[in-house]
Design a protein around this ligand. Structure first.
Ligand SMILES: Cc1cc2nc3c(=O)[nH]c(=O)nc-3n(C[C@H](O)[C@H](O)[C@H](O)COP(=O)(O)OP(=O)(O)OC[C@H]3O[C@@H](n4cnc5c(N)ncnc54)[C@H](O)[C@@H]3O)c2cc1C
Length: 540
């Protein structure tokens, strides 16, 4: 096989997103995946707002919207003693179709199971002739030299061994990453439990339980919050029961799935079983995200409790951050500091998301004094009344995460130019848009269908905002002298100047702010060098 610029190991959603991002940037890559791409028991179900913004940029958002999850299906979260038991609390989340637009984004969170989402990414990556996806191919080992990476792979169908040479190798090879362990990179954190997933088909389950449609049910009985039941595919009546912690040593063969189901539903019910998976809830982040010619992304470097639906979404943001930096190196305008900034920017976000999602999980253990909760008595009513609101405010936190999804900022990034303003509070629930360097550049509708986010992607963008924004020709000349792709865009809309707060804002290809000011800098080349990773100079 001819040498490839980037070899991606792992064709889960993160590897596919990296192949897509590189393909979209015109960079050739080869992705190898040991499986055949089929997803039997999907894990991920919620594609969050930020990932949907990336999908909009890749022009696949419509395909995600068109997935088989009905757009008019209520996304409500309901706290119940069991599906046939008492309702304790409800968070109303209207169907996507009737939802008001997000104030801070052109996109909304989309429920789209991994069994639909991965194939959309696959199809998009495959649409680039310079992207090659090779299934049933496993990485066996690799060696790094000053000039490249030599990988030994095996074709699992034919048994044939092959060598693939690459400029860079990226391990998107999941929780048990062979790439990570080959680099002796440790994971730091804790184990939070041993959940069990039970997948089943049960037509008319909610009607049979006397319930209105909702997407997610948290069950709380006399022993506390112990499971959740989620509809995955309403049209095919496919459900998943997650037992939060079944204890060490459970196996699919030993799990008493009928007993768990009876407890969650509140009575015996016949279902068609579709699959069982036993896993470990980790809350860990790697001590390094790679470096040099080998990088890691996704579950290979962070494993989050799924409380908050952030695992894949965090990994896809890794892929987007790494993608433009690899492209810059391969196109010749990026310098070593750019690749080093991947770890500096993304690892703190991995640690932040790991910590917060563990906190969300911890909310499940905060309820006691529940002995009477299922009783048809005054004492029972009192317990149910007492805990209803605290379930919504506590466990419900994991569904109120606009700040967590959009508010991450690359503090202390070596390729952003700090402007001396203090960090903003990192509130997981509420999102406040900002152009503080390192932040995601804010959204504003420019007309009925175009967002300011649509301006960002292929090149750096220097925005000239408001009346009297300084002439930017010296900045353009500085970028051209370093072959850094830059578009200068004047946005006359007064609301844009109000929102962006400064007259000049430099936005990176990933949509994060690199620099802002009201004045042209004395030497724009210093800024261009900083943002392309060529400078170690601290610029004020
Ligand atoms: C119950 C549950 C619910 C979740 N819900 C959400 C959610 O709603 N939203 C969200 O964002 N996240 C969610 N997640 C997390 C999400 O599923 C993971 O974070 C995501 O799948 C990680 O993607 P990845 O591509 O990094 O790794 P993986 O999906 O694990 O993919 C890694 C791939 O690498 C391949 N591979 C490994 N070694 C090799 C090798 N040597 N050679 C070739 N191929 C190799 C594997 O076969 C695998 O396909 C959930 C997780 C769980 C458990």
């Amino acid at each position: 096989m001819p040498r490839t610029p980037v070899l991606i190991v792992g064709g889960g959603p993160v590897g596919l997103a990296l192949a897509s991002e590189l393909g979209w940037r015109g960079i050739s890559c080869v992705l190898i995946e040991q499986g055949d791409g089929t997803i039997v028991t999907p894990k991920m179900n919620e594609v969050n707002i930020r990932t949907m913004e990336f999908c909009r940029r890749w022009r696949i958002a419509e395909a995600v919207h068109a997935c088989p999850f009905p757009p008019d299906y209520p996304l409500d979260v309901v706290f119940v003693t069991s599906l046939s038991g008492y309702e304790l609390g409800r968070m109303s989340r209207p169907p996507r179709m009737s939802e008001k637009p997000e104030p801070h984004s052109p996109m909304r969170l989309q429920v789209c199971s991994q069994m639909w989402f991965d194939p959309i990414l696959q199809g998009f990556a495959r649409s680039f002739p310079h992207v090659c996806l090779r299934y049933r191919t496993r990485l066996e080992s690799f060696e790094v030299s000053a000039t490249g990476v030599a990988a030994k792979v095996v074709d699992l169908e034919s048994g044939q061994h092959e060598r693939i040479d690459a400029d860079y190798l990226v391990g998107c090879d999941g929780a048990n990453s062979m790439v990570r362990s080959s680099l002796n990179i440790e994971l730091n954190g804790e184990t939070l439990g041993h959940p069990v997933h039970l997948y089943f088909r049960a037509p008319n389950l909610l009607e049979r339980c006397g319930r209105q449609p909702a997407t997610f049910f948290v069950t709380v009985d006399r022993n506390g919050a112990w499971s959740n039941v989620r509809i995955i595919d309403p049209l095919n009546a496919m459900w998943r029961l997650m037992v939060l912690d079944a204890g060490v040593g459970s196996t699919p063969e030993t799990v008493d799935r009928d007993a768990y189901l009876r407890r969650a539903i509140g009575r015996p019910i016949a279902v068609e079983w579709l699959g069982t998976s036993v896993w470990t809830r980790h809350s860990v982040v790697a001590e390094r995200y790679g470096g040099g010619r080998i990088f890691l992304a996704g579950d290979a470097v962070h494993q989050l409790s799924p409380t908050g639906a952030l695992g894949m979404n965090t990994g896809i943001a890794d892929a987007v951050d790494l993608g433009w930096k690899l492209a810059a190196m391969l196109q010749g305008w990026g310098q070593e500091g750019l690749l080093a900034s991947y770890d500096a920017e993304r690892r703190p976000i991995g640690a932040r998301n790991v910590k917060l999602t563990a906190e969300f999980y911890g909310e499940h253990g905060k309820f006691d004094g529940l002995a009477a909760i299922e009783e048809d008595s005054a004492a029972g009513a009192q317990v149910r009344q007492r805990i209803g609101e605290s379930l919504v405010s506590g466990i419900g936190r994991m569904f109120r995460t606009a700040g967590l999804q959009l508010g991450y900022c690359y503090e202390d990034s070596p390729i952003c130019v700090p402007d001396g303003t203090p960090p903003r509070p990192d509130d997981p629930e509420d999102f406040t848009p900002s152009t503080r360097p390192g932040s995601r550049a804010p959204h504003l509708w420019l007309d009925d269908s175009h967002s300011m986010l649509d301006l960002y992607g292929h090149a750096f963008v220097l925005l000239r905002l408001g009346s009297g924004a300084p002439d930017a020709s010296r900045f353009e000349a500085a970028a051209a002298s370093r072959r850094v792709p830059l578009s200068v865009i004047t946005v006359a809309k007064p609301e844009a100047a109000d929102l962006y707060k400064h007259r000049l804002v430099l936005v990176r290809p990933d949509g994060h702010v690199a620099w802002r000011s009201d004045e042209m800098p004395v030497n724009p080349t210093t800024i261009i060098d900083k943002v392309r990773g060529a400078s170690k100079i601290f610029i004020q």
